[in-house]
Write a protein of this length. Structure first.
Length: 103
């Protein structure tokens, strides 16, 4: 099964508060989940994440929904994840320098 990071709705009627959870994609929105990694309150625009847990699940293949991805971008966690995924380009730079000197 695919693991997703998505929003789980809690709160009163017409006053939603969301938990950012890691869950299997086949589970219902408010159903079983693996772990809570953050909270989002759209009423007063507060976003909190457990950064280590969020990065752990992202690096282990959890795919965030579009909304969760935008929340991760606002907190800067998505950029840290993308930076960690990049391979070191030092080898590529040295190869280009060698080719440039030879020609």
């Amino acid at each position: 099964m695919a693991v997703r990071m998505r929003l789980r709705r809690i709160g009163k009627k017409k006053q939603p508060i969301y938990r950012v959870v890691v869950a299997e994609s086949a589970c219902p929105r408010d159903g079983r989940f693996i772990e809570t990694v953050g909270h989002y309150n759209p009423g007063n625009s507060t976003i909190t994440f457990k950064e280590e847990k969020a990065l752990y699940w992202l690096s282990n293949g959890a795919r965030p929904t579009e909304t969760v991805r935008s929340l991760l971008r606002k907190k800067g966690i998505w950029d840290k994840f993308q930076e960690a995924r990049k391979p070191n380009n030092k080898e590529v730079g040295t190869v280009e320098a060698v080719v440039g000197n030879a020609g």
